[in-house]
Design a protein around this ligand. Sequence first.
Ligand code: FDA
Length: 311
Amino acid sequence: MSLLRAPLLGLARSHRIRDVVTRLPVSSGIVNRYVPGEATEQAVQATRRLVDDGLHVTLDFLGEDTLDEAQAEATVTAYLDLLDQLAAAGLARNAEVSVKLSAIGQALPGIGQKLSIENARRICQAAHAAGTTVTLDMEDHTTTDLTLSALRQLRKDYPETGAVVQAYLYRTEQDCRALAHEGSRVRLCKGAYNEPEEVAYQDGHDVDKSYVRCLKVLMAGQGYPMIATHDPRLIKIASALATRYARMPATYEFQMLYGIRPAEQKRLADVGEKVRVYVPYGDEWYGYLMRRLAERPSNLTFFLRSLISQK
Ligand code: FDA
C-alpha cells in the first residue's frame, strides 16, 4: 500500500488540519468531485441525476466520531428530513441511506451504544415507512463487534438493515459466513481505516485475496451481496462468481462511491447489473475526503492546488 496512506489516514482524525482544510468551499474542485453538496436538496438533486441514469443510490449524511448528544440528534433529524424528501420526490424506491453509528452517538461515554441503537432504530423506522432501507457503515476495528451487535438488534424489527464488512480485517471471512443467510444484505468493501497488523492485513495483495475469499462466501450463500469496490479485477471476479453460482443480476449489486469511475458505474448498469452509488453530503466532509485521498495519493497535487488557490 502507498507510503502516504497511513499519514493521510492519521490526518483524517486531526482537528487542527481539519480546521484549515474545511475553509475550502465544498464547491472547490477536489471536494466537489467526491461530495455533491452540503444541503439535503443538493443530495436529492444528485440522487435524481443518478437514478435517471439507471443507477441506485445510498446517501450518507457526513459526520462521524461525535461526542456531543445534540450533534447526534441533529444527525438523526437530518436523516429523517432526507428520507421525507426522498419519498416526496418519488426516489425512495431507488435510494436508501448509509449511517455511521459514531455519527449518532456510539462513542458517547456510558450511554453511547444504547443511544446509537435507539437513534438508528428511528432512522430504520423512517426508512421503512418511506419504502427503503438502511445500511450501517463499518468504522475502525474497535467498533466492529459493537456495530455487528447493533445490527443484530436492529434486524429483529428491520431485517432488511444492511451490514458492512471490511476485507482487510482477519476476522471478516468468518463474519461473512455468519452473515450469508437468507435476506441478509451485506456490503463487502476493502476497508478504509488505518488498522494495526494485529487485526488487519497490511499488504494490498493480501487484502485483495481476502476480498475474493469473502466474496466467494457471500456469493455462494443465501444473502444479498453488495460488492463495494472500484477495482476492475475484483469486479471481473464478482461477475464470474455470479455466473458460477447462477445468481441473477438483482440478487446482488455492485456499489461505488460518488465521483469514482462514473463511466464504469454506467457501463455495468447498461449491461444489466444493479449498481448503487454511495453519495455523501453535508458540511462534515473532511474525514471522508482524507480517506479518499489516502486511497489515491495522486489526487494530493490537485488537493494542494485547491488549498493554495484559496489564499
Ligand atoms: P482500490 O483502492 O484498490 O482502488 C481500485 C481502483 O479504483 C483504483 O485503481 C482507482 O482506479 C479507483 N479508485 C479507488 N479509490 C479512488 C479514489 N479515491 N479516487 C479516484 N479513484 C479511485 N470502507 C469502510 O471502511 N467502511 C465502509 O462502510 C465503507 N463503505 C463503502 C461503501 C461503498 C459503496 C464503497 C465503494 C466503498 C466503501 N468503503 C468503506 C471504502 C472501501 O473500504 C475502500 O476504501 C474504497 O472503496 C477503495 O477501495 P477499492 O475497493 O475501490 O480498491
